[in-house]
Design a protein around this ligand. Structure first.
Ligand SMILES: CC(C)(COP(=O)(O)OP(=O)(O)OC[C@H]1O[C@@H](n2cnc3c(N)ncnc32)[C@H](O)[C@@H]1OP(=O)(O)O)[C@@H](O)C(=O)NCCC(=O)NCCS
Length: 184
């Protein structure tokens, strides 16, 4: 379903249909490899999943998100081939700050390695903002692997504010020793 098109430097941005999720597989797999490469400190969480296994889980989530109201996928295409994409769905408002009633979550933004640094990520974000203005959503959030410095620079340049710091670790197999606990 093509509902939006723009064209700059041979790159066109359009809304993708739910049936086009399979087109995203090679791009997701490239992002998966990028994440694994930049985050050796996370290996202790478990073995790295194969790209195909990673995609299987992600594709299922995309199906679920795209069934939600006002969720969308945007494709960046060059010569008719996808070279980047963004997936966005909506979540509830923040309770401590006066955000709008719904907040957009940028679940994936990625551009194929050979196409990075040419403004395609920026075009995708502009198109995301355009879609969000149409449905009256005023905030956008994104989670980034803590060691993904290039992406962090990209989001900070956009003016996004550092928000929560999220932690992930293994549950100890046995109860912690008293010596491992902080003294009261
Ligand atoms: C982050 C990303 C989507 C930005 O898209 P892009 O088309 O490269 O970005 P633009 O050309 O519009 O903007 C350039 C900025 O993107 C960032 N960037 C990230 N990776 C980059 C790369 N390999 N080459 C150049 N710029 C990169 C930088 O902040 C750069 O600004 P700089 O001039 O200060 O280096 C893209 O680089 C990418 O897919 N990175 C790997 C996947 C990823 O980390 N996605 C975010 C997951 S939360």
């Amino acid at each position: 379903v093509i509902t939006d098109r723009s064209d700059r430097g041979g790159i066109s941005i359009r809304r993708g249909g739910r049936d086009e999720i399979p087109l995203l597989q090679p791009l997701w797999e490239s992002l998966h490899r990028h994440h694994v490469a930049i985050a050796p400190h996370l290996r202790q969480l478990g073995d790295v999943r194969s790209p195909a296994e990673s995609w299987a889980g992600r594709a299922k989530l995309y199906q679920e998100w795209l069934d939600e109201p006002d969720a969308f996928v945007l494709l960046a295409e060059h010569a008719g081939e996808p070279v980047g994409y963004a997936v966005v769905h909506l979540r509830a408002r923040e309770e401590s700050w006066g955000t709008g009633d719904r907040i957009a979550e940028l679940e994936t933004l990625t551009v194929l390695p050979a196409y990075r640094g040419r403004g395609i990520g920026g075009l995708l974000v502009d198109a995301v903002y355009e879609q969000l203005r149409r449905v009256g959503v005023a905030q956008l959030g994104v989670s980034v692997i803590s060691s993904n410095r290039d992406a962090i620079r990209f989001y900070e340049r956009l003016g996004l504010l550092p928000f929560v710091i999220s932690y992930l670790g293994n549950v100890p197999r046995v109860p912690r020793e008293p010596a491992d606990r902080e003294q009261p």
